[in-house]
Write a protein that binds this ligand. Structure first.
Ligand SMILES: [Zn+2]
Ligand SMILES: [Zn+2]
Length: 257
């Protein structure tokens, strides 16, 4: 990930609120295309420009060819608010976040997220490294807003169920852990969409936090098809279960490890 600044120079008279609204629309379009990571973008005004501090998944993430239609429109609308097209300045590599997938085109994918990491929910099967969503190049007029909105809800529930004094005892965990919860239904549909866009396999990670009986945990069956899915060696050091038929991966329940 790269820390960077986007500078929007003032071209003509404008108001703070109009400029802010246009900058926000542009940044939001970049988020929903997977071109920016995170949700908070401190923006200040100095001399003759606005400046937003951003995190990019890759050095070339803001190249025009990666923009969605919404992004192109938001970019084209900046002069209406008296702003120039933004100038990018890379500040350096973010030392606190994971490295983006090195594959120019991954051989397969995994949809995986958690509360702790602010990265793309799409991972490369080979490196388990985050893949910026725009790299899927869906070739349509829609962006990846559904993926980002699913990830936000997933992370919120994961954050809740990590707390000692949970305000939603069990219900947050059930949403993460049960195959047919609304959250996991949405997630699996997104994984199928990745397969449609890319023509490659996309696994879905099914969270497993607790188990009614830890002694049976290793022999549990795939919740999708009921078949054996235990791996002889754990995959990426995290997943002890994988079903190639249902394209699901999971782990020995955290409480049983
Ligand atoms: Zn890779
Ligand atoms: Zn299965």
């Amino acid at each position: 990930m790269w820390l960077a600044e986007l500078r929007f120079r003032l071209l003509s008279d404008t108001s703070y609120s109009l400029a802010e609204q246009h900058i926000r629309q542009y940044l939001e379009a970049l988020i929903f295309q997977g071109q920016l990571i995170g949700r908070e973008f401190p923006t200040y005004f100095a001399d003759d420009h606005f400046c937003s501090r951003i995190i990019l998944p890759a050095e070339d993430a803001l190249k025009p060819q990666h923009h969605s239609l919404r992004g192109q429109q938001a970019l084209a609308a900046l002069p209406e608010a008296g702003l120039s097209y933004p100038k990018l300045q890379l500040l350096g590599q973010d030392l606190m976040s994971s490295h983006t997938d090195p594959c120019p085109s991954a051989t397969g994918y995994l949809l995986f997220t958690n509360f702790a990491e602010q990265v793309s929910p799409l991972r490369c099967c080979e490196h388990f490294a985050p893949v910026p969503l725009y790299r899927l190049g869906a070739g349509s007029t829609t962006d990846y807003e559904d993926f980002i909105r699913w990830q936000l809800q997933y992370q919120a529930l994961d954050e809740i169920q990590m707390q000692q004094q949970r305000v939603l005892p069990k219900s947050a965990e059930n949403a993460l852990q049960q195959l047919h919860s609304k959250l996991n239904q949405q997630g699996r549909q997104l994984a199928r969409r990745v397969e449609k866009f890319s023509g490659k396999t996309c696994y879905y990670y099914l969270y497993s936090g607790s188990s009614p009986d830890c002694s049976l945990e290793a022999s549990k069956a795939c919740p999708g098809c009921g078949l054996t899915w235990q791996l002889s060696d754990s995959w990426h050091g995290l997943f002890q279960f994988r079903c190639d038929h249902c394209r699901l991966v999971s782990n020995i329940a955290w409480d049983c490890q």
